[in-house]
Design a protein around this ligand. Structure first.
Ligand code: G6P
Length: 613
């Protein structure tokens, strides 16, 4: 979703800002723009990619040591040059970039129109630029105070950066509900601002994560952070763990492929140091600190969006199966508006890669208001979800840049599995022997994924065969029903082929009507308690001439003569099989998308981090 980069210091801002925008491209966007301050304010903006923006700045004056840039993911107003950020005030002296939504912008706009303001775009952001200038004119307040005063009138979410022609040594930023990170540069007075740390990491590892309701003011080389009520805040400067290598492609043609191949490592990192497979001991601080509470909880509610919701569904099987606790899995966007019935002995676990998904955050806030305990399972360290959680666990998968989530999903499932076992241990629903067997299997997963990745070449061939299909169906049962959903989501996200994931037995109640010789059906048929039932479902597909691609456990040749293609993956216990079975489905979507000429890492209309509801 919208990306923000800004720089103030002694270097030329434009190259830093443009490079930063490229680092944020993964978030998803449809136009880009920059504002540069150098005595006067120069603004360049363009529909399309950052490369299109660079093209229009060729031969133009891009000088200035203060600058800001933006990638816009359209919410209010179509993606075009007028609606691209930065937006300017009535006089054109003040410019702003914004991530978020000003919900009361229409009312504010009407008021400003009555006072003689006219607007050039359909955006909510432009209204804020006008409002700040209007406040300055009518109250005589200095810029930073006028920003604070204006923000008090705003309902909604924002991360903003503001430059003013009349304040050549100033840069002002603020956040509420949308993320903003400040990088503290090596030179005195040098600061970087960005939606996440990826554009900052090559310049400094010292960062401040702005909190909701905070305003950062850089004035004459000094950074001050204030609350919206003008109280000076003491910034907490953190050392970034991120390094440049982690956010570059490392020889792979796409981030998505790199991240698929990183999974043996990322899964290992997500469980490393968290258990001892010999003794069955589990070392998860959140579970230890909340031990007495976790023994008592009556219900678990897992919330998330997109792929994280799918990980939550795998979690449902794990927690119910292993810890014998009732589980519900909710789309955060539905849960937050449903007036759900919650009790103090409910535990909510929000699952999120980015930790910034607006609906997930709002659902957590609701649960907290209703008195439930809220945990987070999150990948991005220091993001909003862990900050809002009572406790939780990081997935430690490392930065995920490809919009289609891969390694974050398997890391989420790994962490949920560990939490489920920890809870099972606390509640006495697994014996130490059962726990050690489970952990030994988990320890073996990275090596088995290495092996599953060797399937790449045969999956390339499959992709060739099916790249022109109009529809795909994915079927799975039990633990592998969410894997079917995830396989279908991956395919539609990046290749734009319509795909549906279904519980295999439910196929009879609808999707079976779609099956003909044109329809590829991917069936997860690895060793499980319900294997025979899955085979019956395959028979039903074959009876209607569907093309079946079956994912089976290594050495199982029982389906060779029944199905069209067999993908053999290393065997593990059913409860951990989603970690392995997901891999060939990720590879299949990836190769199909590449063969169809799609932009794999930045699929159309999608955003990596959905910071608006
Ligand atoms: C977007 C991303 C998905 C992600 C979902 C939830 O739609 O494109 O990959 O699964 O948001 O995001 P989260 O960061 O909360 O996991």
């Amino acid at each position: 979703m919208c990306g923000i980069v800004a720089y103030i210091g002694n270097k030329q801002a434009f190259p830093i800002v443009v490079k930063g925008l490229k680092r944020l491209e993964y978030r998803g966007y449809d136009s880009a723009g920059v504002a540069l301050l150098d005595g006067q304010m120069r603004i360049y903006k363009q529909k399309g990619k950052v490369a299109d923006l660079e093209a229009i700045t060729e031969g133009q004056d891009t000088s200035g040591t203060i600058g800001m840039g933006h990638t816009r993911w359209a919410t209010h107003g179509e993606p075009n040059n007028e609606n691209a950020h930065p937006h300017v005030s009535q006089s054109g002296d003040l410019s702003i970039i914004h991530n978020g939504i000003i919900e009361n912008y229409a009312t504010l706009k009407e008021g400003l129109k009555l006072r003689g303001h006219s607007f050039n775009s359909d955006t909510d952001t432009e209204v804020l630029a006008h409002l700040i200038e209007d406040v300055m004119e009518h109250t005589g307040l200095p810029l930073a105070d006028a920003v604070r005063s204006s923000l008090k009138q705003v309902v909604g979410a924002y991360a903003i950066v503001i430059l003013s022609k009349h304040h050549p040594e100033h840069l002002i930023a603020a956040r509420k509900g949308s993320p903003l990170v400040v990088g503290v540069g090596e030179d005195r007075g040098e600061f970087f601002f960005a939606s996440d740390a990826t554009p900052i990491v090559e310049y400094t590892n010292k960062v401040i994560y702005l909190k909701d309701g905070e305003i950062a003011i850089v004035e004459k080389n000094e950074l001050t952070i204030k609350s919206i009520d003008n109280v000076i805040q003491v910034p907490y400067v953190q050392e970034l763990e991120l390094n440049l290598e982690q956010i570059e492609k490392g020889g792979y043609p796409h981030f998505m492929l790199k991240e698929i191949y990183e999974q043996p490592r990322s899964i290992y990192d997500s469980f490393r140091g968290r258990f001892d497979a010999q003794s069955g001991e589990i070392m998860m601080r959140s579970m230890e600190d909340y031990a007495s509470r976790l023994k008592e909880i009556k219900r678990l509610i897992l919330i998330g969006c997109g792929t994280s919701w799918h990980a939550g569904l795998v979690g449902e099987y794990l927690f119910e199966d292993l810890a014998r606790v009732p589980v519900e899995v909710e789309y955060a966007s539905e849960f937050r508006y449903r007036n759900p019935v919650l009790y103090p002995d409910d535990l909510i676990i929000a699952v999120s890669q980015s930790g910034e998904t607006a609906d997930s955050l709002a659902a957590m806030e609701l649960a907290k208001r209703k008195g439930s305990s809220v945990f987070g399972v999150c990948n991005v360290v220091g993001s909003s979800i862990p900050r809002l959680s009572d406790a939780g666990a990081y997935t430690h998968a490392g930065p995920e840049i490809g919009v289609a989530s891969t390694k974050a999903f398997t890391a989420q499932v790994t962490v949920l599995a560990l939490m489920a076992v920890a809870m099972a241990k606390l509640r006495g629903t697994m014996t130490i022997k059962e726990i050690t067997v489970f952990m030994k299997e988990l320890e073996a997963i990275p090596a088995k994924i290495e092996k599953a990745l060797l399937l790449n070449d045969m999956i390339v061939e499959l992709a060739h065969k099916y790249k022109d299909a109009k529809n795909f169906l994915y079927l799975g049962r039990g633990y592998n029903f969410p894997v079917a959903l995830e396989g279908a989501l991956k395919l539609k996200e990046i290749s734009y082929i319509h795909a549906e994931g279904y519980p295999a037995a439910e196929m009879k109640h609808g999707p079976i009507a779609l099956i003909d010789e044109e329809m590829p059906v991917v069936v997860i048929a690895t060793a499980s308690e319900h294997y025979e039932k899955v085979v019956s479902n395959i028979q039903e597909v074959k009876a209607r001439k569907g093309k079946v691609i079956a994912v089976v456990s290594e050495g199982n040749h029982g389906l060779d003569s029944l199905v069209d293609h067999v993908i053999e993956v290393p065997e593990t216990i059913e409860s951990l099989s989603p970690l392995i079975n997901t891999i060939p489905l990720q590879l299949l979507s990836y190769h199909i998308a590449v063969m169809r000429g799609c932009n794999v890492d930045q699929p159309r209309n999608l955003a990596k981090s959905v910071t608006v509801e």
